[in-house]
Ligand binder design. Structure first.
Ligand code: NAI
Length: 344
């Protein structure tokens, strides 16, 4: 198999070089992010391997098909960036559904702890020789209520962590998992009760702007909001209003609605023109990280392993367990008939 690997970063080589070599695949690495314009680079490749912020839209898919690409291998779990209807019956799409839910849940917890106890501000202060405590007060998490939206693999890990801190966990998920020791409630019940809210659902038409001015209005005064899922779950203007009014006491954001232009790149010598991002970065009670919740040794190793396995399975024309198409339910249950190897 020949693979065109887009958005390649130095750390990708550490994990992918070996995995691809062992599989005997020929790989061309490109630093650029996959787009319609760059699709031509995949000429003669069977597979393109791409990451979270590439816009794999209809034009891009058509351009890839023209180059002879047969498989898009997403090296991530989320897939909201792919136009599955456009890909159907043209190019198969696979992903890495689970690599380390711990990595993401632990990052969500890190954001929560740092934000609650103002660790980032304390660190900056101490570095300048300022050892005062004014403005650094936080709350005990013990005894507080965590509202978890989405109780899949990552949400479950986050619930375990929250419980470890002695928190009460409330959850909302349209597909509740009855095996979980958590109190499922409606969103209307969750918003006013939660002291902290952590988002762990995928970005879909239903979940877009799940945090809006209407939902913020129903939240507890001073609630802490954590988003490690997808930026589009939060209406950024509403978040900024909520922070300005004090309704939202703090936000820990690993993802941002318009992150595609900036995240994973170095803009330290340039003027950032996204006013909302600048505003969020300037607030003392907002902590932004650059979509790095997945970034652990264990997760990267597993991402490389599963991505290469997905491609091997495709090469052998066997059942593509990690394929997704527009007919797949958001629960990941595909309507594929058992006698077929893949979605079409
Ligand atoms: P999962 O598929 O195991 O769980 C998602 C859960 O969300 C499911 O239980 C599903 O029923 C639920 N859900 C679906 N629609 C919902 C709705 N309308 N409201 C509330 N819940 C809903 O997925 P997993 O592995 O737990 O990942 C969750 C999300 O985390 C991914 O969709 C992805 O966007 C994000 N993610 C972020 C990473 C990062 O580095 N920041 C890395 C990996 C995933």
């Amino acid at each position: 198999m020949k693979v065109a690997f887009f958005d390649a970063k130095p750390y990708d080589h550490i994990y992918f070089d070996k995995a691809f070599a062992q599989a005997g695949f020929k790989v061309k690495y490109y630093e650029g992010r996959l787009s319609t314009d760059l699709a031509v680079l995949a000429k003669g490749c069977d597979v393109v391997c791409t990451f979270v912020n590439a816009q794999v839209d209809k034009e891009c898919i058509n351009a890839l098909e023209e180059q002879g690409v047969k498989l898009i291998a997403l090296r991530c779990a989320g897939f909201n960036n792919v136009d599955f209807k456009a890909a159907f019956k043209k190019i198969h799409v696979v992903r890495v559904p689970a690599y380390s839910p711990y990595s993401v849940a632990e990052h969500a917890a890190s954001l929560l702890l740092s934000m609650n106890r103002k660790i980032q501000r304390a660190h900056m202060r101490v570095r300048e020789g300022n050892f005062t405590l004014n403005g650094l007060i936080g709350m005990d998490l013990h005894g507080k209520t965590a509202g978890v939206i989405g109780t899949g693999k990552i949400g479950q890990c986050f619930i375990d962590i929250a419980k470890g801190f002695g928190m009460r966990a409330l959850a909302y998920d349209p597909f509740p998992n009855n095996k979980l020791d958590v109190e499922y409630v409606s969103l209307e019940e969750l918003w006013p009760q939660a002291d902290i809210i952590s988002l762990h659902c995928p970005l879909t038409k239903e979940t877009k702007d799940i945090v809006s001015s209407q939902s913020i209005e129903q939240m507890k005064e001073g609630v802490l909001l954590i988003n490690t899922s997808r930026g589009g779950l939060i209406d950024t203007d509403a978040l900024i209003e909520g922070l300005k009014s004090g309704k939202i006491g703090g936000a820990g954001l690993d993802v941002y609605e318009e992150e595609g232009e900036y995240f994973y790149e170095d803009f330290s010598s340039e003027v950032i023109t996204d006013d909302n991002l600048l505003r969020l970065m300037s607030y003392p009670n907002v902590l932004v990280t650059s979509h790095q919740a997945f970034f652990t040794y264990e997760a990267l190793e597993e991402i490389a392993r599963v991505t290469v396995d997905n491609i091997k399975t495709f090469e052998k024309d066997e059942f593509l367990e990690n394929e997704i198409c527009y007919q797949c339910e958001m629960k990941g249950d595909c309507r594929r008939r058992k006698d077929r190897k893949n979605c079409w």
